[in-house]
Design a protein around this ligand. Structure first.
Ligand code: TYD
Length: 145
């Protein structure tokens, strides 16, 4: 997987540190306050993506910072900062993508063996989610200088 070129605001690429040890496995590392640009308070994983038509995400966070990695398989990450949109194919843990605050994100096109890992800057808070796209657009517009 080549390094994604990020065009939207409040995102970016996080390069893992990699120790390649084939055929005995590759080791990927991303440290909080190192490659990950925040202190990690929560980690979650998504697997068992048996439905090829699954659509995950479809929300933005008001304050939360996250970085998303494709640990195995592949999926498509769609980002929308309220002005620009882009799709990124993730197929390796080499590069994670920053999901900063106020960035609408959607995940689709999961391979059946896809495993996603996300590191987050804070504990779960349902009130930090914006799940309605029109509300997201309105809040982004309001936060513009
Ligand atoms: P959600 O963040 O919407 O998943 P995705 O973005 O992958 O589609 O979360 C799905 C459900 O899981 C939702 O009911 C909230 C719950 N959840 C927690 O309770 N704690 C967590 O840390 C996360 C990420 C989700």
């Amino acid at each position: 997987m080549s390094e994604p070129v990020i065009k939207v605001a409040r995102s970016g690429v996080v390069a893992s540190q990699v120790f390649r040890d084939a055929p005995d496995g590759d080791l990927f590392i991303a440290e909080g306050l190192g490659a990950i640009p925040f202190d990690i308070k929560r980690v979650y994983f998504i697997n068992a993506l048996a439905n090829p038509n699954a659509v995950r995400g479809k929300h933005a966070h008001r304050r939360l910072e996250q970085v998303i990695f494709c640990v195995n398989g592949s999926f498509k990450l769609c980002l929308d900062d309220g002005e620009k949109t882009q799709g990124i194919q993730l197929s390796a843990p080499t590069y994670g993508v920053r999901l900063g605050p106020m960035l609408w994100h959607t995940m689709t096109e999961f391979s059946p063996d896809c495993v996603i890992a996300v590191v987050a800057s804070d504990h779960f808070d349902a009130a930090d989610y914006i799940r309605e796209y029109e509300l997201f657009r309105a809040e982004v517009a309001q936060s513009r200088p």
